[in-house]
Structures are given as structure tokens and as C-alpha cells.
Design a protein around this ligand. Structure first.
Ligand code: GTP
Ligand code: MG
Length: 321
């Protein structure tokens, strides 16, 4: 199991049947690590590198052999999950809802309409993730993939100051990437299997995961292509969480469901693909007097509880029920 969590960057040469020429072809196609080879479907690998499909199948098999990802015992999985860390959101209520904070080895999704506080929660996590574990952090750095240009350093500065931290240092530990379209977003996420271990990144945020995809693939005829790309991307992120014991947090929008006559007419965008890939899904809604409601809507073990919080100058804070 050790081999799986500690995948080194330059071990392409360790792959059976991969010589220096093949390794450089793989690298030029963006497949710079064994981890990247494992998470990339062979057909995509062939397209990216120009290596024949059958050879790609062999390389993928060699990569899997190297890190023993085929079968593990439940006992091994249990041990691996003992390494799981949790990061506070700054709100005790939300942390409790999440069973103690957002998890590593998992992808957590915050869903909700505009202005509900998705980005604010992400900014809080950017600050908390840097704290040592006894203070509710992951003791690591942060990657923030911003697809909407709404990452505000001033806001992070303010939150860090309110916590008595060195705001400049806090900002230094957040690596920003502005994704201008969905292909750019894919490219950036592709780089993470190399970037995260090199920079001790423990939290990856994608805000928002789906915005570009919704904007670019319009109409039913493009839906399956969109969903396929989105699925590939989500699985790459999911694999990162396991390979490097880190947390991935994505935000998602809601879309109106015209077939709904009663209750909340909104549902998460991204359909089944988003629903299946995300480990824990948290639905946010505006409440009375400026409060916000957070509810677990899908999780393998968290109960479907809900809680309230509010957005203040300090970030997000609890509301007493
Ligand atoms: P979209 O990205 O548009 O989908 O929305 P979002 O869910 O990301 O919303 P976001 O997290 O940006 O939350 C915006 C809300 O936070 C607004 O209602 C703002 O009023 C509130 N907000 C932002 N900064 C502050 C602040 O410094 N003080 C207070 N009190 N509220 C703030
Ligand atoms: Mg936002």
C-alpha cells in the first residue's frame, strides 16, 4: 500500500517496456507520472502521445502493476483510510454536518444558486487547509482553479487577518489558475498529478466545475460529449485524492427543473455524472434573514442532516439553531 500513496514523479523509466524514447513521448503528451498514466484511458493516451493503442494498453498495464492498484484487501483499505485527514470550514455546524470537516481521499461538492456562499466556503477552506491538523487544517498548500474569475485575494486577506494569521504568507500558499474555457480547465487539471506532490498541495478547489461545460456544450446533441469529458475530468480529480491523500472540493450550480411542481424546483447541474463522481454532496440554499442552509444530499455514510450558517466579514460563521 505504501507504493500507492507515495507515487514518485520521475518513475516512468521504472515501467516495464518503457525506454527513454517512449518516456519522452509520454511526457510530451502530458503524461509525466505513473499516476497520470493510470488515470488516463488508453485511447486518450494514444491520442495525446501518438503511441499506438496496443502499446498504450501495455503501458497502462505496466503502470497498474507498478502501483498495485488492481486488488487490495478491505483491511488495506481500512488502513489507508486511517490516514484520512479532515479540514475545517471555519463553521462548527458545517464541520459537524460533514462528520468533522471535508475529507482527504474524497471529493466534496458544494451546490447552490448564485450568491449562496459556495465561493466563500472555498475561500475559508483555502485558509484553513494551511493550518496544522491540531488547528483543523491539512498542513498543506492549496490549488484554486478559478473558472469564473471570482477568486478575491482581498477576501482571503481579510479572513486570514481575522484569524490572526500572516495574510501575506497565507496568500503565498495558494496557487491560482484561471481557466478560460473547458479545454483549458482540462489542461490545468492534467498538470495536477505532477504539481500537487511537488508543492505539498493538500487541497484542490475547482470553482466552478461545470460552468464552462454548460456554457460551451449547448443543446441535446452535445450533451453526451459534454458528460463524457466532464466524467473524465472528475475521475482524474478523484484519483488525485487517493494518490496523494488530498481533498478535492468542487462547486456546482443548480438548474431549474420544469417538471417539479412542489418544493424546491432546482436541482444540481451535471446530472448523473456529477452525482456519481462526488463523494459528498452539500446543497446550499438561502434562508431567512440572510442566513444560509446547508444540507447533505448524497454521501456514502453521512446522515442527511442540515444546518445553518451566515456570511460575515470574517468569512462564514455559525447560526445558533
Ligand atoms: P456564484 O459564484 O455566483 O454561483 O455564487 P456563490 O455561491 O459562489 O456566492 P459567493 O460565495 O460569492 O457568496 C456571495 C455572498 O457572500 C453575497 O451574498 C455577499 O453578500 C456575501 N459576502 C461576500 N463578502 C462578504 C463580506 O465581506 N461580508 C459579508 N457580510 N458578506 C459577504
Ligand atoms: Mg462563486
Amino acid at each position: 500500500m505504501e507504493g500507492e500513496t507515495e507515487i514518485k514523479k520521475d518513475d516512468l523509466a521504472a515501467l516495464e517496456g518503457v525506454g527513454p524514447a517512449m518516456a519522452s513521448k509520454l511526457k510530451s503528451g502530458g503524461l509525466t507520472t505513473v499516476e497520470a498514466i493510470i488515470v488516463t484511458p488508453p485511447r486518450e493516451m494514444a491520442e495525446k502521445t501518438g503511441i499506438g493503442f496496443n502499446t498504450c494498453l501495455k503501458i497502462a498495464a505496466a503502470a497498474r502493476k507498478l502501483v498495485h492498484v488492481d486488488f487490495i484487501t478491505a483491511e488495506e483499505l481500512w488502513k489507508k483510510r486511517q490516514n484520512m485527514l479532515r479540514c475545517s470550514t471555519g463553521s462548527k455546524n458545517i464541520d459537524t454536518l460533514l462528520g468533522g470537516g471535508i475529507e482527504t481521499q474524497a471529493m466534496t461538492e458544494f451546490i447552490g444558486e448564485y450568491g449562496v456562499g459556495k465561493t466563500q466556503i472555498c475561500l475559508m477552506l483555502c485558509v484553513f487547509a494551511q493550518l496544522p491538523s491540531e488547528k483543523g487544517g491539512l498542513d498543506g498548500k492549496v490549488v484554486y482553479v478559478d473558472t469564473e474569475g471570482t477568486f478575491m485575494p482581498e477576501r482571503v486577506y481579510e479572513i486570514a487577518s481575522a484569524m490572526g494569521l500572516d495574510s501575506h504568507e497565507t496568500l503565498e500558499n495558494i496557487f491560482l489558475a484561471r481557466a478560460y474555457n473547458s479545454s483549458h480547465q482540462c489542461l490545468l487539471i492534467d498538470r495536477l498529478s505532477e504539481f500537487c506532490p511537488e508543492n505539498n498541495v493538500k487541497l484542490v478547489i475547482v470553482d466552478s466545475m461545470i460552468g464552462h461545460f454548460r456554457g460551451e456544450y449547448i443543446g441535446r446533441e452535445h450533451l453526451s460529449e459534454r458528460q463524457q469529458k466532464l466524467n473524465g475530468l472528475l475521475h482524474r480529480l478523484l484519483r488525485l485524492t487517493e494518490a496523494f491523500n488530498l481533498s478535492v472540493v468542487v462547486t456546482n450550480q443548480v438548474q431549474a427543473n420544469p417538471a417539479q411542481f412542489f418544493g424546491d424546483p432546482n436541482r444540481p447541474a451535471g446530472g448523473h455524472v456529477m452525482a456519481h463522481a462526488c463523494t459528498h454532496r452539500v446543497y446550499l440554499r438561502k434562508g431567512s434573514k440572510g442566513t444560509r442552509l446547508a444540507k447533505i444530499i448524497d454521501s456514502p455514510y453521512l446522515p442527511e442532516n442540515s444546518t445553518r450558517f451566515r456570511i460575515t466579514e470574517k468569512g462564514i460563521e455559525d447560526v445558533e439553531d
